[in-house]
Design a protein around this ligand. Structure first.
Ligand SMILES: [Mg+2]
Length: 297
C-alpha cells in the first residue's frame, strides 16, 4: 500500500453522502415543499406534490444505482419508468441542453415542477423557486454529519494540513412562465456556496471549496478546477502523489483523480462497510473514514 506522509498530505473530500447524509435528509426536507404548496393549494394537493417529489427523487436514485441489467427489477417501474423521468427532466431543459450540451439531472426545481404536473397543478416560477429554496435550506440545517468525519477533520487540522471540498452542482435552475428552465452557473454556484458554508456550524472544516458549475463530475475539468483552487489557496503547486480524495462514488468522485491525475490515494466511503478493503496500492473502501489515518506515515 502506497503510504502518504502526514507532513505532505493534501485532503480532498466530496460532500454529499460522504461527509453528510444527504440522501436520508431528503424526505424530512421535502416536508418544506408541502408547506410552501399549502399556502396556495389544498392540503391534499400539497401532500400529493410532496409525495410525487419523493417518488421522483427515489426513482432517480434507484436508476442511478443500477450497474447490471438484472438490477432494474429493484427500480420502481423498472427501466421504462427511469427512462421516462429522464426524458421529462430533459424536456424541461431545452435551452440548457442547447447552451451547455448537457442538462442538470438533479435539479430539485425541475423535480418540484414535475411533481406539480403529476398532481395536475399549474405552478408559477415563484412557488417552484420557493419550494426548492425551502427544501435545500432545511436539508442543510437538518443534515447529519457522518460519525468519524469530524474526528478525522480534527486530526488533519492537528497536523496543520489543508482540506478542500469538491462538490457537484445543486443544479439551481430558474423556471420561466412556460415551464422551461434556464441555468446560470454563477447563480447556481452562489446558492451552493451558501449552503456549504452553513456546514462550518456543524464542525466541518475546510480551506476552500470548488463547485461543479458549469462543468461537473466526473469531467476532468471539474477536478482540474478544484486542484487550481487548492493551489491558489495553498500558494504553491500540488504534487498529486500526496493528494487524497475521499468520496462515495467511484465513477463520480475517484476514478479521474486516481486514473488521470495521479492522486496518491482515493478512498471510497461506503456507509455500511464494516471492514476496510484494500483494492490496490492507491485505493481503499471503508465505512469509517477514521481508518484512513492508518494509511499515513
Ligand atoms: Mg457524493
Amino acid at each position: 500500500m502506497n503510504k502518504i506522509s502526514w507532513s505532505n498530505s493534501i485532503w480532498f473530500f466530496d460532500i454529499d453522502d460522504t461527509l453528510i447524509d444527504t440522501v436520508s435528509t431528503t424526505i424530512p426536507a421535502s416536508e418544506e415543499i408541502r408547506k410552501v404548496f399549502l399556502a396556495k393549494y389544498t392540503p391534499e394537493q400539497a401532500m400529493q406534490v410532496k409525495n410525487n417529489f419523493n417518488n421522483i427523487f427515489h426513482l432517480m436514485m434507484a436508476g442511478y444505482r443500477v450497474k447490471n441489467a438484472d438490477e432494474w427489477q429493484l427500480v420502481p417501474g423498472g427501466k421504462k419508468a427511469f427512462d421516462k423521468i429522464l426524458e421529462d427532466i430533459e424536456n424541461h431543459q431545452i435551452r440548457v441542453k442547447e447552451k451547455y450540451g448537457t442538462i442538470k439531472k438533479w435539479s430539485r426545481e425541475v423535480f418540484v415542477k414535475l411533481a406539480a404536473d403529476k398532481a395536475n397543478l399549474s405552478v408559477t416560477p415563484e412557488i417552484v423557486n420557493k419550494a426548492a429554496d425551502a427544501y435545500w435550506l432545511i436539508l442543510t440545517e437538518q443534515t447529519v454529519v457522518y460519525p468519524h468525519v469530524l474526528e478525522l477533520m480534527q486530526i488533519i487540522k492537528g497536523y496543520s494540513r489543508p482540506i478542500y471540498l469538491l462538490t457537484s452542482s445543486d443544479g439551481r435552475l430558474r423556471m420561466d412562465e412556460k415551464g422551461q428552465f434556464d441555468y446560470d452557473p454563477q447563480y447556481s454556484e452562489a446558492f451552493k456556496k451558501n449552503r456549504i458554508e452553513l456546514l462550518r456550524e456543524k464542525g466541518i472544516i475546510f480551506n476552500a471549496l470548488s463547485i461543479g458549475d458549469p462543468e461537473d463530475k466526473p469531467n476532468l475539468n471539474f477536478f482540474q478546477k478544484g486542484l487550481k483552487i487548492a493551489e491558489q489557496e495553498l500558494g504553491c503547486p500540488i504534487n498529486t502523489e500526496h493528494a487524497i480524495m475521499i468520496g462515495d462514488s467511484f465513477e463520480g468522485d475517484l476514478q479521474v483523480p486516481k486514473e488521470r491525475m495521479g492522486f496518491g490515494l482515493v478512498v471510497l466511503f461506503q456507509k455500511d462497510k464494516i471492514k476496510l478493503k484494500i483494492i490496490d496500492d492507491h485505493q481503499i473502501i471503508t465505512g469509517n473514514l477514521m481508518e484512513v489515518t492508518r494509511l499515513l506515515n
